[in-house]
Design a protein around this ligand. Structure first.
Ligand code: OSB
Ligand code: MG
Length: 369
């Protein structure tokens, strides 16, 4: 593929509103945009989605940056690859660091698609021309504030509403939501805030016709999730637990979940995401694409993978304007009535706009052969 240079654009983006989950509150978003440049000056873009601190998972941006600079960038520059699927094998000797791997691999996928003049969605084997999306709402100080946010997002037409829960902000809060919004497609995400000791609380959630309960227990608790799923009517959806193809296979075999949230960064990139897609499809486990508060590049990668057939549930890739006053791509991602149109242009399908990116750019590291 003749990749001659890798640029790591380090951005600090300020979110419109703080986003609160059971593990913490996020307002500033540090993002790294990876640019892979070939010998003709063509660029492909990826996004590293690690959080600032290791709260969602063990990965965090400072560590991902070191991993990209010290290992994955040099590996890619020193080894000629033929196809983006080769990147996972090339990076494999270095354990985990999935979000760093996925950020660089994503730039390679976009570059390859542009070199071959096809949309990334098609290159991945996607078939949809539009994808349905929902929205993820953080915890609010009061139920009233959350109800206002839900009303706003329902009016905007999002296909489902996800709310964050944690111990003490669960059953009564959902009861209040259901009293006002009787029939909206609604789900909850606990981000690992519970243990099996909380089973009575989790069982109470069964009465609210939720589409699913996302990641109630700790990431490593596949056996505990299987025990829980056996006692719940509501499908369990796993997010944090599915950090590899093997974890997905284990969760399916154990019956730890009935739905999987695929995040490209968490599983180590698009090649692994495709593999998990095919496995889940064979086992009739529906998928949706999760989000990591991405800027535009990550959003476009998410939309591309969502065009694969077994992504049958609305994902978390809402409009760029959900979090940003101004995104770094042109055109921005725009969900109309909860539907995002898939671009027909080559690669991720929109331009990375360096004029817009300037306002967020803190530093660019350039890696060369
Ligand atoms: O658990 O899905 C999650 C954001 C950051 C880290 C983890 C999660 C989330 C979200 C928001 O729920 C998804 C998004 O809108 O990008
Ligand atoms: Mg989640």
């Amino acid at each position: 593929m003749n990749i001659k240079e890798i640029k790591l654009h380090q951005l600090l983006m300020n979110m419109k509103n703080p986003f609160t989950t059971s593990f913490g509150t996020q307002q500033d978003r540090f993002i790294t945009i990876i640019e892979a440049v070939d010998e003709n000056g063509l660029s492909g873009f990826g996004e590293c989605v690690s959080g600032e601190d290791p709260l969602y998972s063990e990965e965090f941006m400072d560590a991902s940056l070191i991993a990209m600079k010290k290992y994955f960038g040099p590996l890619l520059l020193q080894n000629e690859i033929k196809h983006p699927d080769d990147v996972w094998e090339l990076f494999k000797p270095f354990k985990r660091n999935n979000m760093a791997k996925a950020g660089i691999e994503g730039a390679v996928w976009d570059l390859y698609a542009k070199q071959h003049d096809i949309p990334l969605s098609k290159l991945l084997g996607g078939t949809k021309s539009e994808v349905e999306v929902g929205v993820s709402l953080g915890l609010e100080e009061t139920d009233e504030l959350l109800l206002e946010k839900i009303a706003e997002k329902v009016d905007e037409g999002y296909k489902r509403i996800k709310v964050k829960i944690k111990p003490g902000r669960d059953v009564e809060m959902i009861r209040t939501i259901r009293r006002k919004f009787k029939d909206i497609p609604l789900m909850v995400d606990a981000n690992s805030a519970y243990t099996l000791d909380d089973i009575d609380t989790l069982k109470e959630l069964d009465q609210f016709k939720l589409m699913m309960i996302e990641q109630p227990l700790a990431a490593g608790d596949l056996i505990e999730h299987a025990k829980l799923q056996r006692q719940l009517k509501t499908p369990v959806c796993l997010d944090e637990s599915i950090d590899s193809y093997e974890a997905a296979a284990g969760a399916i075999e154990l019956g730890s979940c009935r739905i999987i949230n695929v995040k490209v960064g968490r599983v180590g990139g698009l090649t692994q995401a495709k593999k998990i897609h095919d496995l889940a499809k064979a086992h009739h486990i529906p998928l949706w694409c999760g989000g990591m508060l991405e800027a535009g590049v990550g959003r476009l990668h998410n939309i591309a993978i969502t065009t694969l057939g077994n992504f049958t549930l609305p994902g978390d890739t809402a409009s760029s304007s959900r979090y940003w006053y101004e995104d770094i791509i042109t055109p921005e991602v725009n969900a109309e009535n909860g539907v995002v149109k898939v671009s027909h242009k080559p690669g991720i399908g929109a331009e990375v706009d360096f004029d817009k990116m300037k306002q967020y750019l803190k530093k660019t590291d350039v890696l060369t052969k």
